[in-house]
Write a protein that binds this ligand. Sequence first.
Ligand code: NAP
Length: 298
Amino acid sequence: MLTDKHVVIIGGDARQLEIIRKLSTLDAKISLVGFEQLDDGFIGASKQMIDEVEWHTADAILLPISGMNLEGEIDTIFSNETLKLTTEQLKQTPEHCVIYSGISNNCLDEITQTSKRKLVKLMERDDVAIYNSIPTAEGAVMMAIQHTDITIHGANVAILGLGRVGMSVARTFDALGANVKVGARESHNLARITEMGMKPFHTSDIIEEMRNVDLCINTIPAPIVSANVLSEMPMHALVIDLASKPGGTDFRYAEKRGIKALLAPGLPGIVAPKTAGQILAKVLATLLKEQQGQRGGV
Ligand code: NAP
């Protein structure tokens, strides 16, 4: 349980509701900042303005997945207020207070470093990335169905990258009956692709390997689907680029050649916001309990 633990939740989207629900069940004391338009009531949670927060009792501060912008402003879909977290506010928190965010930027790095508070970037954690790869793979299936006129079953599908997302996407398309080949550069990854029953290829051979694909799903956050690659692909092929912005595809050239190429960011929040929220809630609850354990709590 997180009894007497004070968590300040600032801004966010639908995913935050699952986190609030979970922390409320665990008996935490929750300050909700930027949630005026939220109708649901949660036991142990109170809506506050940012200047009403009792920072000196905060054990943890939770920011949205996006963290904050470079001016320190925090997004919320539940309020019209501009929310801003400052070094002065963080300095009022106890030394053990931890700031949790999906990702960070220079501004968040700077205010946490200046106030000497620990920052945890949830999206960089392996467990979160692996859990998140499940709705991401389902989102890739959704996009493939929406943007092609053939079945996935029997289609020639090339997955680029065998990281956390690539592995789940490859398994999912393989299970749907596609002819899956996976491009990677490390020999241990090529061996793993073979073990998974799919065809491996080295990314240095990508041009040749793309000549017969119906669908290419990129998970490599580097310019891999270049103009040279696109120029050899069949005209009917679809590229779904899952890598974070700007993706790994030369979209300008794809458009010029008439190949459909789609950048598809944030699929978990689009196809399964509830699950995406539950993933974060579960990991966050574990981290808060660990934080409590380290301070001698139960
Ligand atoms: P990851 O585990 O780090 O995997 C990335 C893979 O790319 C690794 O296998 C890596 O291979 C490979 N790679 C990187 N640079 C390469 C290069 N120059 N040439 C060949 N291979 C290269 O990352 P992930 O968690 O799978 O995430 C992949 C991307 O998807 C990220 O950009 C992430 O932000 C994004 N993402 C998108 C969504 C969405 O909804 N669209 C959801 C989750 C994540 P090595 O092992 O050889 O380095």
